[in-house]
Design a protein around this ligand. Structure first.
Ligand code: URA
Length: 198
């Protein structure tokens, strides 16, 4: 299945009630061959209106931080655990996560990234659980590198704070940037090794 086919499937989804209140599905966007996949929680108001992930205030801050750390938004893939906005940005319900998570799994099988960055506690909890890792809380686990396997290939999972939480609590900025720099260092190392044919 191609990413486009997965996204077409998402756009027909009626597995939970969120399709009734959303404006647009937000399957995710970015490079099909991305080495890094960023996973947030769920679309917010602006994302719902545009059908694109991380385009509101938190998204703009994420994009700016990526660029500051040497990562172009166009070279990564960005998505969320939920592909539809929960009304009033409430927390995702367990049954919504259960129904929607398989779409993320399909996207990951297709992209086969080297690194998955979990943005925020909901994303970190669900993704670490899926890979059989224990989630101890976002402050305990941020910046840690969890090693897992996807389709027989090693994948690193790095949780960090949600950019909206960082905007709300500016004292988290230095930790968030430190984590994104760590992600960027893997990316650059890998790219260089690719280049010299390792
Ligand atoms: N917050 C998220 O978790 N995802 C988005 O796409 C936007 C805001």
């Amino acid at each position: 299945m191609t990413l486009e086919e997965i996204h077409e499937e998402i756009k027909k989804c009626r597995k939970c009630e969120l399709y009734k209140t959303k404006t647009n599905y937000v399957p995710g966007e970015g490079n099909e061959k991305a080495k890094i996949v960023f996973v947030g929680e769920a679309p917010g108001r602006e994302e719902d209106l545009q059908g694109r992930p991380f385009v509101g205030a938190a998204g703009q801050y994420l994009t700016k931080t990526l660029e500051k750390c040497g990562i172009k938004r166009s070279e990564v893939f960005i998505t969320n655990i939920l592909k539809c906005r929960p009304p009033n940005n409430r927390d995702p319900k367990p049954e919504e996560v259960e129904k929607c998570f398989p779409y993320l799994v399909k996207q990951l099988h297709e992209i086969k990234p080297d690194v998955i960055v979990c943005l925020g506690r909901h994303s970190a909890r669900e993704i670490l659980n899926f890979f059989g890792k224990k989630f101890k809380g976002i402050s305990a686990d941020r910046g840690k590198i969890f090693e897992a396997e996807l389709d027989g290939k090693k994948v690193k999972i790095i949780p960090t704070y949600h950019p909206a939480a960082v905007l709300y609590k500016p004292q988290l900025k230095e930790y968030f940037e430190e984590d994104i720099r760590k992600v960027a260092s893997f990316f650059k190392r890998k790219t260089l090794l690719d280049f010299i044919g390792e």
